[in-house]
Write a protein of this length. Structure first.
Length: 291
């Protein structure tokens, strides 16, 4: 098999492969910076909870309207934001930590969503919602993903400084009179928007993988916030490209192939990255012993 046949020909010959690749690029542009900030804010598992929290809203919209892009997007966004608001309210009104509140509500939401789809739909419908079908991304879904990516970049540019300050020194942000809760809510809205966009391509269970794995892998290569976001977005796109090719040539599901590629790149970064990886620490310790 030639280089052209292996890496280029699938995207030249098939329109659905080109649309899928563009969707991966748009998802990487949006999910890279958002995933980076989730990691910096120590909210990685909350991102996973939010991904599952959108399921009941999307499921309810599916039961009522079928596979309607607008209805399922709106339902998923509303459901995830309700879970976020409820978890925040419980944290403020009780002594329970925010991560525990998110875990409780996302488990309830996940079970409710699966029950709705299982009782009113088929097993095929359930698999579609949970794992997505990126190879079936149509023009409307592609426009939605691109719009979310553009909105993410514009809003992050507007609130970049307070978000970064809140990651490292929230006390300082409060001392200068900035409304950290407002920026936190806007950031959560961006997380949900990107998960909704990823949901249409990868499903609720896979969408968070493309958001978090590239961001965690990027930390083993670069240090600055802007470079972390850039590298995370690039890794997400590469994972999409390689995962689509793996799906095409090996005849395996595309969503899991993309996320498993991201997992492989994360493990490679963990072992061989140029910053704080296993190999880097071993080399530092060896140098220290020799000195």
């Amino acid at each position: 098999m030639t280089f052209y046949a292996a890496l280029v020909q699938p995207f030249v010959e098939y329109g659905f492969m080109r649309r899928s690749l563009v969707a991966c690029l748009a998802l990487g542009i949006g999910c890279g910076p958002v995933g980076t900030l989730l990691v910096l804010r120590r909210m990685s598992l909350i991102g996973d909870a939010m991904a599952h929290a959108l399921l009941p809203g999307a499921a309810l919209a599916f039961v009522i309207t079928g596979f309607s892009l607008l209805a399922m997007s709106a339902g998923g966004f509303i459901a995830a934001m309700i879970v976020a608001l409820l978890a925040g309210a419980v944290t403020r009104l009780t002594s329970q930590r925010e991560d525990a509140s998110f875990a409780a509500f996302y488990l309830i939401a996940l079970a409710l969503g699966v029950m709705l789809i299982s009782t009113r739909g088929s097993s095929v419908d359930l698999m579609h919602v949970l794992f997505g079908t990126i190879l079936a991304v149509d023009d409307a879904s592609l426009l939605l993903i691109a719009a979310v990516a553009s909105t993410t970049l514009l809003l992050l540019a507007a609130i970049y400084r307070p978000l970064v300050v809140e990651c490292f020194d929230p006390g300082f942000l409060r001392s200068v009179g900035a409304r950290g809760a407002v920026y936190h809510a806007l950031f959560l809205a961006l997380v949900v928007l990107n998960l909704v966009a990823g949901f249409h391509a990868l499903g609720t269970l896979m969408a968070v993988g493309l958001m978090m794995l590239p961001a965690t892998a990027a930390r083993f290569w670069v240090n600055e916030v802007w470079s972390l976001a850039l590298v995370a977005g690039l890794i997400a796109f590469v994972c999409g490209f390689v995962g689509l090719l793996l799906s095409y040539h090996a005849d395996v599901p595309s969503g899991p192939a993309i996320v498993l590629t991201a997992g492989a790149l994360y493990l490679g970064s963990l072992l061989c990255g140029r910053r704080d990886s296993v190999l880097y620490r071993w080399w530092q310790q060896r140098q220290h012993r020799q000195a």
